[in-house]
Design a protein around this ligand. Structure first.
Ligand SMILES: NC(=O)c1ccc[n+]([C@@H]2O[C@H](COP(=O)([O-])OP(=O)(O)OC[C@H]3O[C@@H](n4cnc5c(N)ncnc54)[C@H](OP(=O)(O)O)[C@@H]3O)[C@@H](O)[C@H]2O)c1
Length: 202
């Protein structure tokens, strides 16, 4: 398969790239590094990249920024970061990418555990993750040419513990190589419109 990975240079993206590159051709997209560089906030920039890459069999997005602040502290700029980057950025990838996706191809986006397990400072992330999950569920009913779309919702990665552990007290981290398997399930399986939870049910 020819698979394009947005955010391939990040913590989750690298793990997904390592796993899927064992058997597939991977095109790595980042913001400042990778085979191609793009700002996912711009539909035209994403289109330009796909014009260079051509048709693909799967699209993975492991990217997206949000602000971690309290209800009182979140500014307009903080909300805009989450909406423009993580939410609209990934919607842009899906909407533009669908035109360059082969029949029966898949799109896999990324949300996160905070939509279902609240944490302090997680309001913007919960809002954006929830919106993305509902986008995927609804978009799955409209995609053309038997294309599929799912979203992986990971808990904190082991590789990110140093960065996030104060935000996730008592959360059991998951190794990147395990998270990558959930993306593989979305890419190679038959599921459509699913929130694929990369965390235990408790
Ligand atoms: N890490 C975790 O524990 C964890 C847990 C649950 C959910 N998540 C979610 O998973 C996603 C990825 O997290 P991560 O920790 O892997 O992030 P990360 O290590 O910070 O990597 C982010 C990736 O996205 C790219 N990127 C950033 N801004 C971009 C833009 N405007 N346009 C295009 N690409 C852009 C970066 O490219 P450059 O490197 O070139 O800048 C990098 O490849 C996020 O949505 C995060 O909320 C992460």
């Amino acid at each position: 398969m020819k698979i394009v990975i947005f955010g391939a240079t990040g913590t989750i993206g690298q793990a997904v790239t390592t796993l899927l590159s064992e058997q597939h051709e991977i095109i790595k997209i980042g913001n400042s590094s990778g085979d191609y560089k793009v700002d996912i906030g711009s539909k035209s920039a994403i289109r330009e990249v796909f014009e260079k890459i051509g048709m693909v069999d799967a699209i993975v997005s492991a990217t997206g920024k949000v602000a971690f602040k309290t209800f009182d502290a979140l500014t307009d700029d903080d909300w805009e970061l989450g909406f423009k980057n993580k939410l609209l950025g990934q919607i842009n990838i899906a909407q533009v990418g669908s035109n360059y996706l082969n029949s029966s191809g898949s799109i896999t986006l990324t949300s996160g555990i905070i939509s279902e397990r609240p944490i302090a400072y997680g309001l913007a992330a919960a809002t954006v993750n929830g919106a993305l999950e509902h986008f995927v569920q609804a978009a799955s009913l409209e995609l053309p040419n038997k294309q599929r779309i799912n979203i992986v919702s990971p808990t904190m990665l082991t590789e990110s513990v140093n960065k996030y552990e104060d935000f996730f007290p008592g959360f059991i981290p998951i190794d990147g190589k395990c998270v990558a398997e959930y993306y593989k399930r979305s890419v190679l399986g038959i599921e459509n419109g699913q929130v694929i939870r990369a965390f235990n049910g408790a």
